[in-house]
Each structure stands twice: as C-alpha cells, then as structure tokens.
Design a protein around this ligand. Sequence first.
Ligand SMILES: Cc1cc2nc3c(=O)[nH]c(=O)nc-3n(C[C@H](O)[C@H](O)[C@H](O)COP(=O)(O)OP(=O)(O)OC[C@H]3O[C@@H](n4cnc5c(N)ncnc54)[C@H](O)[C@@H]3O)c2cc1C
Length: 398
Amino acid sequence: MTIPTPEAFVAEARAWLTAMAKPRTARAWGEGSDSVAVFENWTEEQERAETDRIRAYEQAKFDAGFGAITWPREYGGRALATSYLLAFRRIEAEFDVPRRTEMFPVTQQLVAPAIAQWGTEQQRARYVRAMLRTDLIACQLFSETEAGSDLAAVRTRAVRDGDGWRLDGHKIWTSGARVADLGIAVTRTDPDAAKHVGLTVFLVPMDAEGVTVRPIQQMTGGSSFNEVYLDDVRLDDGMRLGPVGQGWKVALTVLASERLDSGNLGLENADQAIELARNLGRPLTELERDKVADLVTRSYVQRLTGMRAAAALVAGKAPGPEASVGKLLATDTMARTSEVVRMLLGPDLTVDSGRWGTWAWTEHVLGAPGYRIAGGTDEIQHNILAERVLGLPREPRG
Ligand SMILES: Cc1cc2nc3c(=O)[nH]c(=O)nc-3n(C[C@H](O)[C@H](O)[C@H](O)COP(=O)(O)OP(=O)(O)OC[C@H]3O[C@@H](n4cnc5c(N)ncnc54)[C@H](O)[C@@H]3O)c2cc1C
C-alpha cells in the first residue's frame, strides 16, 4: 500500500466526510439545541440508541480507512504518521458527525492500546480490531469505594479456580457499564504481596454470569456511571490481560492514555459562554468583562497547549507526565466557564424562564465538577506534575 501525500489524504478525507455528513454550521445564537451538557441525561434505552448511532458512524469511518489511521495494518489501520490523524480530526471537526460519548475514547484510545501492548496473540486478534471498529465497547472496572486515587488499594479478589479464575468484588463509578460488552478490571490476586505487586488485570464480559450493573444517579439527573458487582464470576485464563502480578503496569498504560486524551475538553462550552456574554442583551459590568476576557485568554492557552502536545506527538515523542497539564487546564476552563455563566445569568440559572441558552447551563454547572475527579483528580494531577515533571520530593505515602 502506498503512502498518500498529505494533500491527497486531505482530499480523500474531505470527500468521504462530505458524502457522510453535513458541514457543521456555526451555532447561530437562539437557534437549535442550547444543550451544554457535560454528562448526558439519558435513560438506558436512549443510551443504547445513541451508542448504536455513534457506533454506526465509527464503523463506517473504520471501513473507509479513517478509524485507525496510525494503527498497524494487522489491526485494520493504515500505519500513517500522527500528522495524518490530526489532519483527519481537523477536517472531521468541520462536519456535523455524531459526537462520541466517553465510551468511545475509552474503547478506542485506552483499552485497545492496552490490549495491543499487553495482550496475547489471541487476545490481540480477537479484541483490538473489534474495539477500534467499536464492534465491542469497553468500560473501565478500576475504581472501588476504597480505591480511587489510590487505585493500588483495590480489594476485588481474583482467585485461581482450576484452569481459570473466580472474581469477587464491587466496582464503582463505572462509566457506560450499561452498554459495554467488556470491562477491563483491576483485581488483587495476591493479598500478601506489596500493594502494587499483587494485582492482575482481567477482561470481563459484561454479560457473564455474576456481573450485575446498578446505575448511579448523578446530580445532573442522568446515570452515565454505575456500580458493578462481581459475584463469583468465572473466567478462563485467556481473559487475563498481562502477567499475574503485573496488573499495576497494565493499569498505568490505560491511565497514561486517559490523561493524554482530555486536553480539548470544555473548549466548546467556553466558546458558548463567551457567546452568551455577547448576546446577553445588556452591557457587561467591569467585573463581568474582566472574567469573560480571562476565560477567552485561558481557553486560548488550553488550545495552544493542546497544539504543543500534538506537535510533540507528530515529532514522535512519547506522551509523558506533561500530558497532565492538559487535563488540569481543561478542568480549570470548565470551572471558569461555570463562574462566568453564574455571574452573567444570576437567577436565570436557578429557574427555567424558557429563554434560550439560559437554564440549559445548569447541566454544565452541575456536571463540570465531575471532571475534576474523573480520570484522576486535580490534586493527583498536581502530584504527578510536582513529582515526575518538576522533580520535587515525593509526598509522604500512607
Ligand atoms: C464522572 C466520573 C466518571 C468516572 N468514570 C470511571 C470509570 O469509568 N471507571 C472507573 O474505574 N472509575 C471512574 N471514575 C472514578 C474516578 O476515577 C475516581 O473517582 C477518582 O480516581 C477519585 O477517586 P475517589 O472518588 O475514590 O476519591 P479519593 O481518592 O477518595 O479522593 C478524595 C479526595 O482526596 C484527594 N486526594 C486523594 N489522594 C490524594 C493525594 N495523594 N494527594 C492529594 N490529594 C489527594 C482527592 O484529590 C479528592 O479530592 C469516575 C469518576 C467520575 C467523577
């Protein structure tokens, strides 16, 4: 297969997207949906229907050669440089394509690479392509009530059972567990070993006997995350991902990709808050002008930092702990967006006046704090930066 020139690739991508979707038009103030939801407010049926709709687009994209641009050919990829992937994303953003829920990056950018890195030949053949094409959707069975920031404290047990394993435990905050086909679970296989050593990772079919999913209602109203009970779940050894006792390293592969993936979060809503300031129908006070200008500046800083991270990737540099800056900037933008809309809207944020683009912001204000926690809290990101980037002394560990 020949490598297309960047110009030929861009033309090919544009032609495909033109056939697939309408061009994205700038959101005219007061028209169409005013949703700025951070977490979707769906019933289980809606979550399934939306997941299927996004999946259909992702599958068509994969089949057209744009779903796994940088991946090796054995997984259905095109083995092209990252610059081609970034070019595709730039063009795709010009079209009105289905917006991926978090399950899609979790499947394609977190779990598929972890299986490609740690999986056996059979696991790679069975799961990687299927996840890149989203024929299979994955969720992260990491957190427990006593193990979040301190993930190595997980207590879900995996015990040898003949040729296979038996899993027992309770996972929590599992995004998308209702629609996922497989979960990637961190378990304790050796309770006597040091905390980070006695862990092993498994791939758990979500329809296996003994797996129970219970939705958790969020303050935005929806249930994008869940509790997952694992009661005597039997797995054969072919579902173990990576060596016994090396689960910490496998989990870190997933977490490093997660931090890298969060850099562009919140920018669309920041732009929409700036539009709100322009269309408020009254002059801004000096303090409001100051806050809006600050949001404009900081969202630019977030964008530029994202471009620097992308430039490093294009130059072939491995993502390092520096990627944590992107997530911190994103959660900061989201918090500042909330502050600006609270200031601009005042009581209109607490009571639905029916005015377009006002009460809808409750879904941002109530949802945004969740991202300060998901994928590693702000405090943990600060610790990573302090210790691994700045080389400051390590925090005392309990
Ligand atoms: C929207 C959302 C989606 C999520 N999706 C998933 C998912 O799909 N799968 C999954 O497994 N988990 C998921 N989580 C869970 C998430 O990973 C954890 O909530 C997160 O890691 C924090 O853990 P915790 O809630 O147990 O808080 P804790 O770890 O108990 O932390 C409590 C507080 O103490 C602080 N803290 C803890 N340790 C330190 C330290 N060493 N230094 C300074 N401060 C510290 C924290 O920053 C936090 O403020 C999700 C969470 C949210 C909010």
